[in-house]
Ligand binder design. Sequence first.
Ligand code: AQP
Length: 355
Amino acid sequence: MAGTTQSTAAAAAATATPTGTRKRIFSGIQPSGHLTLGNYLGAMRRWVEEDQHRADALFCVVDMHALTVEHDPARVRRLTRQTATLLLAAGLDPRRCAVFVQSHVAEHARLSYLMECTASDGEMRRMIQYKEKVAREEARGRSVRLSLLTYPALMAADILAYGTDEVPVGDDQAQHMELTRDLAVRFNQRYGPVFTVPRAVHPQVAARVMDLRDPTSKMGKSNDDTGGIVYLLDEADVIRKKVMRAVTDSGGTGEVGYDREAQPGVANLLDVLAACTGGRPQVLAEEYTSYGALKKDTAEAVVEMLRPLRERHAELCADPAYVDEVLRAGAERARGLARPRVDAAYAAVGLMPPV
Ligand code: AQP
């Protein structure tokens, strides 16, 4: 332990429970593509329906993460605005939570460097998402950016800067969350108790929505083949077409059953239908005797669930000044919350405060 009296005192102030007994929640979403049904069911819906009501919540468009692979600057800028607009359209209420853009709050990058100094090269290289994305970048004939390797350090900084208790995310982020917890514990052991150790919370149903054309892979917004991905802004007919063409039966049984191993495509549709209707996938499986009927009902449930979001998105696009103001106020609040903790972390590791 190397915590000085000064840094420990600053850290204690910074780690005090933010608003009495209210939990602090942080989560983020990358503007690396158009948002998908996976993003909505795995993360956003819970932010809207539960998290913003029960906690002191911050939701962030993590634009710097979108630079970890080859990108078009104009597209990232456009998608950042679109992502923020979709978060509001989905129902995040700026009177209840902060909605902001990562690069507008310098504390994320400041803390990310300290996280790189806390993590080891080996643990970064073990990340499954890193290995998958390296393979994808290489298959596209692109070089692999160093930031792809250090991405989890920035993600840890995003979370730890706010004294976050809970991080609502899809299943695919479980490994990064474990690393974030390890980094928080390690930092605190080395330098004093600066960070709260956060925990991940995953939705009960549809924690990992799979690609409709390849149900063994996650529905990802940056996948090359878009035929199996439902985007939140897809027209109703496009959604219907994609769901009706979903892969259902690789084993050839022809029966509707909820078995993720044997029938991943059917299980995925049942998960999506359950998430949209509030049912249970195992129970829903018993109600269907044909894939066609299951697909039709799933398509309609998705279309209906997304209809209000699409309508609200169109309204918000007509009022960009409102979205700007939400993001400005959100960033201001986030800066005020993050700065004392990041300053405490800088002091704790031995960096001299500005004179
Ligand atoms: N398919 C999914 N099912 C459930 N949850 C998902 N999430 C993403 N995809 C699914 C959750 O959405 C939140 C934001 O995700 P992200 O922006 O960090 O990552 P991404 O959508 O996976 O985008 P990438 O990494 O740019 O590219 P792809 O998609 O190609 O891997 C997170 O809470 C995530 O769990």
